[in-house]
Design a protein around this ligand. Structure first.
Ligand SMILES: *Cc1c(COP(=O)(O)O)cnc(C)c1O
Length: 500
């Protein structure tokens, strides 16, 4: 499919180029057109015998049409061989939780759902790169609220012709998340803490991409900037696959009938995961509602309910830090799709967002959003209670982000009393947020335990294994300790470009 800048449909790229570029030159995001997705619709009946990799291949063939089938097959097998499939023989198993379902997306190499896309993005990028015969170097800048960073560092480790720097907010991530990043090995990786929050990190990266001076320095040094954030279309498309595959699995397990509609409840930050769900719906997954679950940073809940997006509010630090975000980048793609590719409108809205921190959509667009999405949020106390209840009721231990989704599902059920089956996206291993999870289910005092002792305590309560990558952190050396201000970060990047 051709991919268009959301802010100017005259800027068109084929997928390989869009993946290399990351962001469009006007700051827009590359996105397929609504009608192209509708025209590519699958009949899910023909996919029932697919395993994960087959489903992935069929979806990539439609969207990333300038990749050959062999190229795609290679990308898929290289990416997904590193997942732990011991539990169910698939990289994203579906399990039961009460009367509903949990889509477990955290069995990858860094124990967060970001692995599904960030193991394959480097494959797409190097494949695209090779076929373009480029001799320049790619420099990947990544802003992270915690999980993207490590997943990207792991995915791009020692990849030829690629350098990567990850920026994370000093106080905005869990101990384990921080340790995962600080101990990253590889001859092409660097990690920087920013004095600020995730939105500052994201703004920094976007600013660097469009900075004319930095553009010049890149050209002089033969470096191309790219992104591992979900603004890169190569991040988004792999996430469509598990919406299909989980539906296929539920039909095959006889939990639902073919073409029954189901809901997905998605713990949301940057709106990447849930947007992939919307694209899956356009491509043929029988989805009733996509439920956007937020924590106290409930900008999206307000937006879905009122049509007003207003980031002028305090950013709360919560126990679900990967969702502590006020500017959800991928919403721009949703607006592009539901407005039938109205690039002028998107350009204006994004200008308003930049200028006033705020924009408003009309009732027609809002009603189209409401046809597909519902928005709820859960407070920190509600999450703690939910983790505890789920442990007692269903003997399941869910992480702090998944708990937000679970609580939002309960709020939806209270409001609508519907019997549509719900699939909750479980986005991280509970071990990644071990301290808050443990405190939720056990009243003892853990102040004197380090995170690794907490692993053992949680392990004793559950049959969920401690993921190997987290367990091994204990013996790893901290390699990155830099804390920089916003302005120092730009100099850091310029320096990196020059020594490449
Ligand atoms: C990134 C992340 C989210 C939010 O996903 P988006 O695609 O940014 O909406 C939710 N939970 C966890 C654990 C994450 O790492």
């Amino acid at each position: 499919m051709k991919l268009y800048s959301t802010r100017n449909i005259d800027e068109v790229q084929m997928p390989k180029d869009a993946i290399i570029k990351g962001l469009a030159s006007d700051g827009g995001l590359f996105c397929p057109k609504y009608e192209d997705l509708i025209n590519a619709k699958f009949d899910i009946k023909n996919m029932l015998s697919n395993d994960y990799n087959k489903t992935a291949l069929e979806i990539f063939q439609k969207i990333f049409e300038d990749f050959s089938t062999d190229e795609l097959k290679n990308c898929i097998s290289n990416a997904y061989k590193n997942f732990d499939v011991s539990s169910k023989n698939t990289i994203t198993p579906v399990s039961e939780i009460g009367n509903n379902f949990l889509l477990e997306l955290y069995h990858g190499p860094t124990s967060a759902f970001k692995d599904v896309a960030l193991t394959i993005l480097p494959q797409f990028l190097t494949t695209a790169y090779k076929s373009k015969n480029k001799n320049s170097k790619v420099y990947i800048l990544t802003a992270t609220s915690g999980d993207t960073g490590k997943a990207a560092l792991s995915g791009f480790k020692n990849v030829d012709n690629v350098d990567i720097t990850v920026f994370y907010p000093t106080d905005g991530v869990s101990n384990i998340q921080k340790l995962q990043m600080q101990t990253s090995e590889g001859n092409n990786v660097s990690v920087v803490a920013i004095k600020g929050d995730f939105d500052d990190c994201q703004k920094l990266v976007k600013e660097i991409y469009t900075d004319e001076n930095i553009k010049k320095i890149c050209e002089e040094n033969n470096v191309v900037l790219s992104s591992a954030n979900s603004i890169n279309i190569g991040r988004l498309v792999p996430q469509i696959v598990y919406y299909f595959q989980s539906y296929i699995d539920l039909v095959n397990y006889k939990k639902i009938n073919l073409y029954d509609k189901i809901n997905f409840i998605v713990p949301t930050g940057n709106f990447g995961n849930i947007l992939a769900g919307y694209i899956a719906k356009l491509l043929g997954v029988p989805i009733d509602k996509l439920i956007c679950a937020s924590n106290e940073n409930n900008v999206l809940t307000d937006f879905i309910n009122t049509g007003i997006y207003d980031k002028n509010r305090e950013l709360y630090k919560t126990i679900s830090p990967s969702m502590d975000i006020l500017v959800s980048s991928n919403l721009e793609r949703l607006l592009f799709l539901i407005s039938n590719n109205n690039d002028l409108l998107i350009k204006n809205l994004m200008q308003n967002l930049n200028k006033d921190g705020k924009y408003c959509i009309d009732n027609f667009l809002l009603s189209k959003i409401k046809d597909n999405f519902l928005g709820y949020y859960a407070t920190q106390n509600e999450c703690i209670e939910t983790i505890k209840n789920e442990f007692i009721k269903d003997e399941r231990i869910i992480d702090t982000h998944t708990a937000v989704a679970y609580k939002c599902m309960e709020k939806y059920n209270e409001e609508f009393n519907s019997n549509v089956p719900c699939v909750i996206l479980a986005t991280a291993s509970p071990y990644k947020f071990v301290r808050d999870v443990l405190k939720s289910i056990d009243d003892s005092n853990f102040e004197n335990c380090d995170d690794f002792e907490c692993f053992d305590k949680l392990n004793n309560l559950t049959n969920e294994k401690i993921p190997k990558n987290l367990f091994e952190l204990k013996d790893k050396k901290v390699l990155f300790n830099d804390i920089l201000t916003y302005n120092q970060c730009k100099d850091f990047v310029i320096n990196k470009i020059k020594i490449n």
